[in-house]
Design a protein around this ligand. Structure first.
Ligand code: GDP
Length: 685
């Protein structure tokens, strides 16, 4: 098999969804139909293949992106199960970064839900071509057409159904393929037998109308289809299925169209056609453009096939049942055991000892990997986002890691136990870059920083189980930041004469608010070499270091620009150290006089619940400084009562007020509410 065809027979896809939409069930069905597993486990039960971590089963969430692969119609599909809970957004980000396409799973009753918005934003950012799968068509109140409306109206996606359900609710019995105008039914044990037959007479008119809508929707974004549509209109002949299929592929790859399929993973309906759509409409690795940055910092396109020097992105470091593993996505070139790669961040050489494919809890050793492959390297020590290259320097864009917004103080029965816990958590931090460990400089306590209450909770719980030790967690604290509100000019001279060599540095300039909450910015406008470059760099270091500790809460200061306009040196007494100390003194003295303010993290919150709880949820939120941006009643919700009206509430919630949201919402809505929280920005308290 030639290299080109190998690459074209590859798909790297992810499945993303709002929690409970059926992502895990669907993943399992995929593994079953492709022969990767021989028995379907009860999802979340003992046999569930993708959710292999015990804790994940218990909490009912998929925490780490378990990767696996399968083969469908001679194509290798790498499948990454992405976590639904937004506290673990980094996991989703990492997966999306290395994927070429995705399936967005929606519930046929609930439609677009809070986390659907979040994953949609992420997929957009990565320009991921995608398919939508409307799952749970067997539920009372299921309505794929309404889900399509939701995708259009709420997410602004250009979509259309490529299938219609046969029967509704408990009578859901198969799908109509609108391209071929055929009914597809799933028979035999676990729906393994797929049979195409004529569309039932009663559904013919609806199917023809839906096909016309599909053709029209594709024609809106594809010129070739627009011409074919016009020709069909005048000739009275339908657009041929092959043309429509090719146009859907072009529009999907261009991210201009999202084909919507329907089914019921649980009842084994519609999964095989979805796999066909993955092969047919999502891109091979070679069909995606990949950009990097060369040694000179200029953007370059990553090109070249299997014979080019290897270039890979490390996207996940995992310490688990297989030991220490580094997950790589190969963008070009090939890898074999014995090859070596340079980690462009550290400059260190990494030897490939073995190449593994991982299927949940099992590993398979492979002899080589080619462009587009996703593999794990045992024993390799990399951080998420490192570029590994066997050739010239090309850095691939790293992975956006959000700053932790919350922390908890940890304690244990003894110092020895705490040291063990600290070591285990340090390992977790290597795996999960949105998790950090530090020591409180005053109390000496161990502090764990993360993205939310659940994130911290789950991270500690894992270590608690692993070590069998008791970890006591303090009350969660918000990660404060500080800012200044006024410009402050300085003309500062450090001059010390204490016997021996003196210290001299003079710096003139100002510090001012930038109006944003980004990291501090330093600018030197000193001209004519009044101060040597090395002293300016030392001053910069001093400014940035001192800005790590604000005057109000000792928290890092954001949104400040420091500008140097002039300075003076002494022929003997000036040094880098003197300039660094002067800069630090300027910040220490200047910040309290520049209108300091405390910043707190605000979270973009989206809550969804049956309408009957809307008043209670709004009441609960309004007691917590919630700024409502949208509160609306719409469509049906995903709760057991099927067709009840639902409400969606979106707005900004201070992180400090988000504690207890999980339980609060659960008890307020009797388990029928769901939410998503995501860091939005820092704002003055
Ligand atoms: P995830 O959170 O998205 O991974 O969702 P799961 O796959 O764990 O499914 C959540 C719940 O929905 C489980 O109780 C499943 O049995 C159920 N479920 C999954 N797919 C279907 C479906 O097609 N129809 C119905 N009625 N229930 C389903």
């Amino acid at each position: 098999m030639g290299q080109v065809s190998q690459n074209s027979q590859h798909r790297n896809i992810g499945i993303s969804a709002h929690i409970d939409a059926g992502k895990t069930t669907l993943s399992e069905r995929v593994l079953y139909y492709t022969g990767r597993i021989h028995r379907m486990g009860e999802v979340r039960g003992a046999g569930a293949t993708m959710d292999h971590q015990e804790l994940e089963r218990e909490k009912g969430i998929t925490i780490s992106a378990a990767a696996t692969w399968c083969v469908w119609r001679d194509h290798t599909i790498n499948l990454i199960d992405t976590p639904g809970h937004v506290d673990f957004t980094v996991e989703v980000e990492r997966s999306l970064r290395v994927l070429d396409g995705a399936i967005l799973v929606l519930c046929a009753v609930a439609g677009v839900q809070p986390q659907t918005w979040t994953v949609d934003r992420q997929m957009r950012r990565h320009r991921l071509p995608r398919l939508a799968f409307v799952n749970k068509c067997d539920r009372p109140g299921a309505d794929p057409a309404r889900v399509v409306e939701g995708l259009r109206a709420k997410l602004g996606l250009h979509t259309a159904l490529v299938q219609l359900p046969i029967g509704a609710g408990a009578d859901f019995a198969g799908v109509i393929d609108l391209l071929e105008l055929q009914a597809i039914r799933f028979g035999g044990a676990q729906g393994v037998q797929v049979a195409a037959e004529a569309v039932p007479g009663a559904l013919l008119a609806a199917a023809s109308a839906a096909r016309a809508r599909l053709v029209e929707a594709v024609a809106e974004v594809d010129d070739v289809m627009a011409a074919a549509w016009l020709a069909a209109e005048s000739s009275g002949e339908p657009v041929p299925a092959a043309e429509l299929r090719a146009a859907i592929r072009r529009a999907t790859l261009a991210c201009r169209f999202v084909p919507v399929l329907c089914g019921s993973a649980y009842h084994n309906i519609g999964v095989q056609p979805l796999l066909d759509a993955v092969i047919g409409w999502l891109p091979a690795p070679s069909e995606r453009t990949v950009e990097g940055v060369d040694a000179a910092g200029l953007p370059v396109q990553v090109e070249g096939g299997a014979s080019a020097p290897a270039l890979a992105l490390a996207f996940k470091q995992e310490e688990g049942i297989h030991g220490s593993l580094c997950w790589l996505r190969l963008y070009r070139g090939s890898l074999r055991p014995g090859d070596s790669l340079i980690n462009l961040r550290t400059g260190r050489r990494l030897r490939v000892s073995r190449l593994l494919r991982i299927h949940a809890a099992q590993t398979v050793e492979i002899a080589s990997a080619g462009p587009g492959d996703i593999v794990a390297l045992p024993g390799a020590d990399c951080a998420s986002g490192d570029t590994l290259s066997a050739g010239p320097v090309i850095r691939l864009a790293g992975i956006e890691v959000p700053q932790p917004v919350m922390s908890v103080a940890l304690s244990a029965k003894s110092r020895e136990e705490l040291a063990l816990i600290g070591a285990a958590l340090a390992k977790s931090c290597r795996e999960d870059p949105s998790l950090r460990l530090s020591q409180d400089p005053e109390s000496g306590q161990l502090l764990l920083h993360g993205m939310g209450e659940l994130h911290l909770d789950v991270s500690c719980e894992r270590v608690r189980r692993q070590l069998g030790l008791d970890i006591r967690m303090g009350a969660p604290q918000v990660a404060w930041r500080e800012a200044i509100t006024r410009r402050r000019d300085f003309q500062f001279t450090l001059s010390k004469q204490t016997g021996g060599p003196g210290m001299y540095a003079r710096l003139v300039g100002w510090m001012e608010p930038t109006g944003e909450s980004g990291d501090p910015v330093f600018e030197s406008r000193i001209s004519g070499g009044a101060v040597p470059e090395s002293f300016v760099r030392a001053a910069e270091q001093g400014f940035l270091e001192a800005l790590q500790t604000g005057p109000l809460k000792g928290a890092p200061v954001l949104g400040v620009r420091v500008v140097l306009t002039d300075g003076l040196t002494h022929p003997v007494d000036s040094s880098e150290r003197a300039f660094r100390m002067a800069a630090m003194a300027i910040v220490r003295e200047g910040l309290p006089l520049a209108g300091p303010a405390v910043l707190e993290p605000l979270l973009a919150a989206s809550v969804e619940a049956p309408e009957r709880y809307m008043g209670a949820v709004l009441g609960w939120l309004s007691k917590r400084r919630f700024a409502v941006e949208q509160a609306a009643v719409e469509g049906a919700t995903g709760d057991d009562q099927g067709c009840d009206q639902g409400c969606v509430i979106r707005g900004l919630l201070p992180a400090a007020e988000s504690f207890g949201l999980v339980n609060g919402l659960r008890s307020l809505t009797q388990g029928h509410g769901s939410f998503s929280l995501e860091f939005a920005r820092y704002a003055q308290v």
